[in-house]
Design a binder for this molecule. Structure first.
Ligand code: ATP
Ligand code: MG
Length: 341
């Protein structure tokens, strides 16, 4: 019996047609965990979550000092370089999983940068108050006066907050800690689930891809990401609790699809932090493929310390370690994204 047997496709999700906000007010984290996941977790209560650990032999060359941090120039949208390539039909893709530390921001930054280098016009919207995509691309948050918060809750447009040309072909709508207040403040707003969708609508036609880096919760920010997106990329870390919470995410997706965004669908499931040396990584990858079939990208993102170091230098992996396996995996993913249309 496989470790994810309880997640088999024939297992029906709970019926719940209400679009609810599942959020712990104190932690900002999603509270509800499906029973199946609890069963798996309990059976392995002894296991330690190693999602943010790196094996000893992988410890790399060292962490950046201030001087090595490559700060992005903060320009306004009106100063954006002229676009050379013709822009295709805009695809809005939210990178989403309410489980923390699965590689959402790493994927948002590096996939966006790889597509930009391939001649695509890309906008990365950082919808996480942690602002990891923002800082991972060298944007110093203390130098920004407006962020995506102002788009969701004030009268700012995306153009007001976008920092253009952060990397080749890549613009960023940054997040600062101000965004932390948005979860609570949105509750009393009209059309609170549609804010991102409305903002993104005005940028269609200007980008090939708009990616949204989501926070690790199923709160209103994530609901905005579900309503505003055409498709979803769900990163899944190849470790034991991989599918914990995914059932809940898929239920949220279905509810949004039914009520607010009928064309919403999974664009791809991405296996991340894969360590081919471990049986567990191989087993989890096989189980996820078994469960999601060809929705899973062929490209697997390996666990490599270079990918965890790059953000502290404020540059994507294709600049930090262009010849390494981390860069190669995100370039391959970018090709697969283009191929999937
Ligand atoms: N392929 C990888 N190899 C090694 N380390 C990785 C890899 N991908 C991500 N990491 C590291 O794992 C940690 C979590 O990754 P990341 O921040 O991308 O996850 P996240 O899902 O965005 O987290 P959160 O839910 O907190 O927003 C980071 O320290 C990151 O540098
Ligand atoms: Mg993140």
């Amino acid at each position: 019996m496989g470790i994810f047997d309880s997640f088999r496709k024939d297992k029906k999700p709970q019926q719940n047609t209400e679009l609810k906000v599942e959020q712990d007010q104190e932690t900002g984290q999603s509270e509800s965990v499906p029973e199946e996941a609890v069963a798996i977790s309990e059976a392995n209560a002894e296991s330690v979550d190693v999602s943010r650990e790196t094996s000893a032999e992988e410890v790399g060359s060292g962490i950046s000092s201030e001087s090595e941090f490559s700060a992005a120039e903060i320009k306004s949208y009106s100063e954006k370089k002229p676009v050379k390539n013709a822009v295709g039909l805009t695809k809005v893709i939210s990178i989403i999983n309410q489980k923390g530390g699965v590689g959402k921001s790493t994927t948002a930054v590096n996939l966006s940068a790889a597509l930009g280098e391939m001649g695509k016009q890309v906008l990365l919207i950082d919808l996480d108050p942690q602002g990891n995509s923002t800082s991972g691309l060298g944007i110093e948050k203390n130098k920004i006066s407006k962020c995506i918060y102002n788009v969701l809750l004030d009268d700012a447009t995306l153009e007001d907050v976008i920092i253009p040309d952060v990397c080749e072909g890549l613009d960023v709508a940054p997040a600062t800690i101000n965004l932390a207040g948005a979860e609570v403040e949105l509750v009393s707003e009209m059309a609170r689930e549609q804010r991102l969708k409305d903002a993104v609508g005005s940028m269609r036609g200007k980008y090939d891809y708009i990616f949204v880096d989501c926070p690790p919760s199923l709160g209103l920010l994530t609901v905005n990401a579900l309503v505003g997106a055409d498709k979803l990329i769900i990163p899944i870390q190849t470790e034991f609790y991989a599918l914990e919470g995914v059932t809940k995410l898929l239920e949220s997706m279905k509810r949004v699809k039914t009520r607010l965004n009928p064309s919403l669908d999974i664009f791809g499931i991405l296996l991340t932090m894969y360590d081919g040396r471990t049986t567990l990584s191989r087993q989890v990858a096989a189980e996820v493929r078994n469960y999601f079939g060809n929705q899973v990208f062929e490209t697997i993102i390996p666990r490599t310390v270079k990918l965890s170091e790059a953000p502290s230098y404020g540059i994507p992996i294709t600049q930090y370690d262009p010849m390494g396996k981390g860069a190669a995996s995100y370039v391959n993913l970018a090709k697969e994204v283009i191929k999937r249309g």
